[in-house]
Design a protein around this ligand. Structure first.
Ligand code: GDP
Ligand code: MG
Length: 319
């Protein structure tokens, strides 16, 4: 296994796309080989600007991702894209892929697109996405874009893995932006009002700015830009790309970047501990204890202690 992983790592670092695709499939499945590969790649990460794009379904996130990718390509930057679509894994990715091919990025070796879906890996889609982002980073992409549907906690977690998060809103979804979840306001480093070719865009823009003003950040905090776009016509992409570059500068200058990286590292470490422990305790006794807890013959804490007491030195751990 070690030699397989070494070979895959070498091909990944050499920018081989097939290796990258295989590596992402591997981390989607999880397990020992995936961990060995991630352990090899992790020290080569931290160079890419990881950008999350989230918002309601149909807001034009995929279209925007394609438009932004084109803008970055014009600037000579390479872009790795992960489209997370828990509901329809393949269509989601295909739609994005088609859109990008349509805009003639398909044959461009500076762009890599991959859709991801939940395959029951421990830690779920969030873990697999963060790992895939690390692989793209280690493969040398300047920008890593993660598209997620802003629907639940899982998606918010995915956004947290990014350095900069774009929240996409559109006019005409309900009569105003009151429907924006408080969580979205919290995670947005940049708001984009897409479909600005439609009526009501300016109203959404004003409402968002008012909401952000009410949140009243401290003096030296990042002022969240609210930008308009017509992603379908490539309008607004240059300003969004510029806004993201400014946000990255701000993260470095203010020390916020280091704080976020530390918080991310703590989440990754904590997830790794959970994953390793869970994998080791989910043997035959696990089902038995789940039944016992469910029948109120035991409680979760006593059952957990019983499981953990079985974890001993006989479990040699290694990546
Ligand atoms: N009018 C208009 N439609 C757009 C714009 N951007 C995307 N769309 C359309 O909105 C629909 C959903 O786009 P998509 O990118 O798949 O949205 P996603 O679900 O957020 O990824 C598609 O039919 C797009 O062509 C825009 O700027 N203006
Ligand atoms: Mg999409």
């Amino acid at each position: 296994m070690a030699t397989d992983v070494d070979a895959m790592f070498a091909r990944l670092r050499a920018g081989e796309r097939r290796a990258l695709a295989q590596a992402i499939s591997l981390v989607e499945r999880g397990g020992d080989a995936a961990r060995a590969l991630l352990a090899r790649t992790y020290l080569h990460t931290g160079h890419a600007h990881v950008v999350g794009v989230t918002g309601p379904p149909g807001a034009g996130k995929s279209t925007l991702v394609a438009a932004l990718a084109q803008e970055w390509r014009r600037q000579g930057k390479t872009v790795g894209i992960i489209a997370v679509d828990p509901s329809s894994p393949f269509t989601g990715g295909a739609v994005l892929g088609d859109r990008i091919r349509m805009q003639s990025l398909g044959g461009d070796s500076g762009v890599f697109i991959r859709s991801m879906a939940s395959r029951g890996r421990l830690g779920g889609l969030g873990r697999a996405t963060a790992d895939a982002a690390n692989l793209l980073d280690a493969a040398g992409f300047d920008i890593v874009l993660i598209e997620t549907v802003g629907a639940g906690q899982g998606e918010v977690d995915i956004a947290r893995a990014a350095q900069s998060t774009i929240v996409v809103e559109v006019p005409g979804m309900g009569d105003d932006v009151q429907s924006i979840k408080a969580g979205m306001l919290e995670i947005a480093d940049l708001f984009v009002v897409n479909k600005a070719d439609r009526e009501g865009a300016d109203q959404v823009l004003r409402q968002l700015r008012a909401m952000l003003h009410l949140a009243m950040p401290e003096a030296d905090a990042w002022e969240v830009p609210v930008l308009k776009a017509v992603a379908m016509q490539q309008q607004g992409s240059a300003e969004i790309v510029a806004g993201l570059a400014q946000h990255r500068d701000y993260l470095t200058r203010s020390g916020q970047g280091r704080q976020r990286a530390r918080a991310a590292a703590e989440r990754e470490l904590s997830a790794a501990v959970q994953e390793l422990i869970l994998e080791r305790v989910q043997g035959p006794q696990w089902q038995h204890l789940v039944d016992a807890v469910s029948a109120r013959q035991s409680d979760p804490y006593s059952a957990a202690i019983a499981l953990l007491q079985n974890l001993g030195e006989r479990d040699t751990l290694q990546v």
